[in-house]
Write a protein that binds this ligand. Structure first.
Ligand SMILES: [Zn+2]
Length: 375
């Protein structure tokens, strides 16, 4: 899996084989060939390269699914760690993933965002403390990916569009001057999509609708983020539902999806989503009316997105924690009533990463790059 400005770099055969081995813990090359629809010589070649690099170990005490003894392969993680950080208005979250993309540590701290060197210095102190406290000193830290609420340059070093935090032009240097590891920026919506796609078994092309403080959208085709010519594909939160007299969006337009489907649009200034959902379950009629209005616009937005991309749509981000099967059913019913092409089968799916999805998605590209670099 990778985050790029093109859709051309599919997960390499090498990476797919590696991924399958650690998903299965132990697996034979015959089973790898069947699962990935690859020829046995291709699998054998790649396994030899992985063994030589020390990424995998061969073990002959394994009985394959066809009943005969076969060599089983398993992965070594070699102490590889990738860090991911997510920046929010009032806090930051950090995670550390090992080579199998399993989270080995995480932390967060309350700190109000400001585009100042003092802020970046404080966040880097937090990162350095986290490394000291939570990461074994023998680890090989690949770097840190930082999930930004904005669009970033193709070299991942500059914020190109940062209206939410007013940080357009911010470079990774503000962080890297205080850290001993490489730093890359990633658009937060892409991070959520990458983390979710990594957790999907079938790796289908998908549209991700990530709903948190703000709405973020991303398109994944052939297991890669599709960003288009200028990195702006998939910023569908600024499609307008009501451009004439809709609500004011931070982008300057009226009536964007952002202004109807973000948690900021659902909640009042001093309200949390936890409190809102609790009151909803208690049958508060005012809250019920607001939720009904919210679902009406969410169904409209989903229907619009599905018109562009006829693939599965995954609702992810903070809201995914609170969406139940009956809410999904409710959305399906609403979509059927407003769409030009009613479908029998639902294309809606719920995200699986319920915590730290931005931070995890910011940590994953360095792991993928490493695995792909051996192909
Ligand atoms: Zn907008």
């Amino acid at each position: 899996m990778s985050v790029n400005n093109t859709n051309s770099d599919m997960m390499s055969k090498y990476a797919r084989i590696f991924h399958l081995i650690f998903q299965n813990d132990k697996i034979s090359k015959q089973d790898i060939a069947v699962e990935l629809n690859l020829s046995l010589p291709t699998v054998t070649n790649n396994l030899k390269k992985m063994e030589a690099a020390g990424w995998i170990t061969a073990d002959d005490k394994f009985t394959s699914t066809v009943g005969r003894k076969a060599i089983a392969y398993s992965t070594n993680d070699l102490g590889t760690v990738s860090l991911g950080l997510a920046i929010y208005k009032h806090h930051v979250t950090i995670t550390a993933l090992n080579l199998k993309s399993v989270e080995i540590a995480h932390d967060s701290v309350k700190i109000n965002y400001s585009n100042t060197s003092e802020y970046y210095h404080s966040v880097c102190d937090f990162i350095n403390d986290f490394i000291k406290k939570s990461i074994p000193s023998t680890s090989n830290i690949l770097g840190i990916g930082i999930g930004i609420q904005g669009l970033v340059s193709s070299d991942k070093q500059t914020v190109l569009y940062g209206k939410i935090f007013d940080n357009t032009g911010l470079t990774t240097e503000q962080f890297s001057k205080h850290l001993d590891i490489p730093v890359n920026f990633y658009h937060d919506a892409d991070c959520v999509a990458v983390a979710e796609q990594y957790a999907q078994v079938d790796h289908r092309d998908s549209t991700y609708l990530s709903i948190g403080e703000h709405v973020g959208t991303a398109i994944i085709i052939n297991d890669s983020i599709y960003s288009g010519d200028n990195g702006r594909s998939g910023t569908m939160e600024h499609i307008t539902l009501n451009p004439v007299d809709g609500r004011q969006c931070y982008c300057g337009n009226l009536g964007c999806i952002e202004t109807y489907c973000s948690l900021s649009s659902l909640l009042s200034e001093d309200e949390t989503i936890d409190e809102f959902i609790k009151k909803l379950h208690q049958g508060n009629s005012n809250i019920e009316a607001r939720w009904d209005d919210y679902l009406k616009y969410l169904a409209m937005a989903i229907n619009d997105l599905h018109m562009f991309l006829d693939n599965q749509l995954v609702i992810a981000g903070d809201l995914a924690r609170y969406i139940t099967d009956s809410t999904l059913q409710e959305l399906d019913n609403r979509i059927k009533k407003i769409t030009a092409f009613p479908e029998d089968k639902s294309y809606l799916k719920l995200g699986k990463i319920l915590n730290r999805s931005v931070a995890k998605g910011a940590a994953l590209p360095a792991l993928s790059q490493l695995i792909n670099s051996f192909s």
